[in-house]
Write a protein that binds this ligand. Structure first.
Ligand code: SAH
Ligand code: SF4
Length: 352
């Protein structure tokens, strides 16, 4: 077994065993990483050309009943500033976004009891009737399967729910008692079954993570075969139990983006805000390692800094219009172009 033979296998069969993935991640040379970047970029280009899909992120509530140990919005964090957008405010974010060319809106928030099925379905219906040509993505954490079904029936198209880590004992070290990897994964399968375009994902370099954990994450994604996968480095938040844990590495995040692209060629793969937070050119590098999506922020500027999952989050001061201009310029600087498109998953696509 050599790293190059594993990369070759990833390129030709889009698969690798657990042992191969562990060996690869533990033994990568700079030359290997370069080969991964080249291959992943070529694969993304074959599927998407130089087009980058944009998703307008609306962080609609910083209230959360959960207590994930890594997250600044956890309920035990008494210093977090809590806000909740009104339905009108959410719609006005969409309105602005639509004018700027967004055709996908992502409503993301903490697990906020105010947004019952009834309230949330109302929001979904209003957005979908006002913007029928747009896709609507929800990222509301865990809910009952019947709740997912109601949201889907109300018109939501997609759902993002990172699995965080596929390994049950690792998951238990990142979450309070009562939250389990098994429940999380069951929710993802339910979402897919209902018909959502589904997004899973994980943090890179979260506390206690091992290479074997990452190999399991890659294999979980392969098995679930979601339409989207969000990954970004873990970044500590000063008011959480993990305040002194080191942040995830840029190089490792880029490597994993490339491996994910090779293992799942049509996957919608964002270059995340967390990646842009740990390096000024993080998102550009993410694209060059095989990502094909960016998610500029459409949240009202006055609340941006309060949606603090981790410290030093970028783009908290900019208006939506500035955000999109800035990202368009960043993408152009590396030869890519953001497009006005719903950017649906096209797993049945023939490469360009
Ligand atoms: N409440 C929802 C959505 C908001 S959190 C949910 O939990 O699914 C969205 C994502 O932010 C989480 O899935 C997690 O992967 C990421 N996140 C939270 N805290 C983070 C941190 N400290 N560093 C990096 N990413 C973090
Ligand atoms: Fe709440 Fe999501 Fe943060 Fe967990 S990660 S505390 S569910 S906002």
């Amino acid at each position: 077994m050599t790293t190059l033979s594993i990369i070759e296998k990833l390129k030709t069969t889009h698969a690798a065993t657990r042992d191969e993935l562990i060996f690869l991640l533990d033994n990568l040379t700079d030359a290997d990483r370069e080969e991964l970047r080249r291959a992943a970029q070529a694969t993304a280009r074959a599927h998407f050309g130089n087009k980058i899909y944009i998703r307008g992120l609306i962080e609609f509530s910083s209230v959360c009943k959960n207590d994930c140990l890594y997250c600044g919005l956890r309920r035990s964090n008494r210093r977090a500033v809590r806000y909740r957008l009104t339905e009108e405010q959410i719609l006005s974010c969409c309105e602005k976004g639509y004018a700027l060319g967004f055709r996908t809106f992502v409503l993301q928030g903490g697990e906020d009891g105010f947004f019952t099925d009834e309230v949330m379905c109302g929001v979904v219906r209003r957005i979908k009737s006002r913007f029928p040509d747009c896709a609507l993505t929800l990222s509301l954490g865990e809910r009952g399967e019947d709740s997912f079904q109601k949201l889907f029936d109300a018109g939501a198209d997609r759902y993002l729910l990172r699995h965080e880590t596929a390994d049950a004992s690792h998951y238990a070290r990142l979450h309070p008692e009562g939250m389990t990897a098994q429940a999380r994964q069951a929710q993802l399968y339910a979402l897919k079954r209902i018909g959502f375009q589904t997004g899973a994902g994980f943090m890179v370099g979260s506390p206690f993570q091992t290479t074997a954990n990452l190999a399991d994450d890659l294999l979980f994604i392969k098995a679930l075969s979601p339409q989207m996968c969000g990954i970004g480095p873990f970044i500590p938040h000063k008011d959480t139990p993990f305040f002194d844990k080191p942040q995830g590495s840029l190089t490792l995040t880029l490597t994993l983006l490339a491996v994910l692209r090779l293992m799942n060629p049509p996957l919608l793969l964002p270059a995340t805000t967390a990646l842009g937070t740990i390096h000024p050119k993080g998102r550009e590098m993410g694209i060059l390692y095989g990502a094909n999506v960016v998610m500029p922020n459409l949240s009202p500027t006055e609340h941006r800094k309060d949606y603090a999952l981790y410290d030093n989050k970028i783009c908290t001061g900019d208006e939506a219009a500035e955000c999109i201009r800035c990202l368009a310029a960043r993408m152009q600087s590396i030869g890519y172009q953001i497009v006005t498109d719903r950017g649906d998953y096209r797993g049945d696509w023939q490469p360009l």
